[in-house]
Design a binder for this molecule. Structure first.
Ligand code: ADP
Ligand code: TRP
Length: 333
């Protein structure tokens, strides 16, 4: 039997290159070999209190992008999280065995406490529990995500194992974080910091649906230094980031050429950026065109969401009724 795969992305606007190479590229490959459930985590996104109009358009955007980038509703189950309320039922049950101390130790929670001290809501604290419910509701074995989600996956295993121990069952499998490219991916941003993220400044991320002009400008403005002064010296972070981005879209020949120039202290960053922008556009153009085509097709988007919801609900219902039985919510005879 095929192994089950679950993954989701919060709808907060357009998808960027980090989302693509960290998650979606794996989704696309996995749909051929696994029993896949890919969803839009719209309940998770409520922690930031989006206005309804924006929430709806973000869900539509991400669903269109999923389809345009190559997720095939005939091969995998594509759905919107809030269409499958069983997940929130499982979340309620899992919350009873998730402890304040461990939730407070989550790195993403600690970051949010720092970055948005006025909105430290219970949904943020229990975010890993809802994520665990997303995964456990389909009893998944594999979860394609970027490197930043590793700790959440460990927590999912913890909650699943705890449930198994508590009720003395072998019910939930241990899901593992997974990347089709062997190692978990981290795509760097353009502003010299860590991973590309939509929560960083607007200049940090390359959004797949954005115009050539916008993305080219961002690349040309990416942070660099004044250049190497010694042969073969180590690259500072922001320069390494540009090389890492090149690895995603440029040929080996071009990368080798700029590596050589760097090592010989002959590099011209302007030229490197131009080469990166050209190959980035070659990669992005067909995706961008497909996204705008699908976004026009409201009927297709609605149909995909409806079929996906039915398939996801069938799988979730099975788990929920078995969990209810295990917990002791039973019918009277
Ligand atoms: P963001 O950081 O922009 O808010 P999300 O947290 O919504 O992105 O990420 C959605 C998915 O994309 C997750 O699986 C995450 O691991 C992956 N992802 C996001 N940014 C990157 C990145 N820079 N490198 C690799 N994977 C990433
Ligand atoms: N936490 C993930 C993120 O921020 C999104 C997510 C929610 C998810 N539920 C999930 C990812 C279940 C994989 C599986 O990117």
């Amino acid at each position: 039997m095929k192994e089950t795969v679950v993954s989701g992305i919060r709808p907060t606007g357009k998808l960027h290159l980090g989302n693509y190479f960290g998650a979606i590229a794996s989704f696309i490959r996995m749909q051929n070999d696994y029993n896949c459930f890919f969803f839009i985590a719209d309940i998770h996104s409520l922690t930031t209190h989006p206005v309804p109009k924006d929430l709806h358009s973000s869900v539509k955007q991400v669903l269109a992008e999923y389809i345009a980038l190559g997720l095939d509703p005939n091969k995998c189950t594509l759905f919107v999280q809030s269409d499958v309320p069983q997940v929130t039922e499982l979340y309620t049950y899992m919350n009873m065995n998730a402890y304040k101390g461990e939730l407070e130790r989550s790195v993403t929670f600690k970051e949010k406490v720092k970055s948005q001290p006025d909105n430290v809501n219970a949904g943020l604290l229990t975010y890993p529990v809802l994520m665990a419910a997303d995964i456990l509701i389909h009893r998944a074995q594999k979860v394609p995500v970027g490197k930043d989600q590793k700790q959440h996956l460990e927590m999912t295993r913890q909650f699943g194992n705890r449930f198994n121990r508590m009720y003395n069952v072998d019910y939930f499998p241990e899901p593992e974080a997974f990347s089709y490219n062997e190692e978990l991916v981290k795509v760097p941003g353009l502003t010299g910091g860590g991973k590309m993220s939509k929560s960083n400044s607007e200049a940090d991320a390359i959004f797949i649906a954005d115009s050539q002009e916008t993305n080219q400008k961002k690349i040309m403005r990416a942070k660099t230094d004044s250049g190497p002064i010694e042969k073969n010296q180590n690259k500072p972070q922001e320069i390494q980031n540009l090389f890492d981005l090149m690895k995603l879209v440029c040929s080996k020949k071009i990368i080798d050429q700029y590596e050589n120039d760097y090592n010989n202290c002959e590099i011209k960053y302007g030229e490197l950026k131009k080469a990166l922008a050209i190959d980035m556009e070659i990669f992005l153009k067909p995706h961008r065109e497909k996204i705008s085509e699908i976004l026009q097709n409201y009927k297709l988007i609605a149909e995909v969401a409806e079929i996906g919801a039915e398939k996801a609900k069938a799988s979730a219902n099975k788990t929920i009724s078995e969990v209810r039985e295990i917990i002791g919510f039973r019918k009277f005879y």
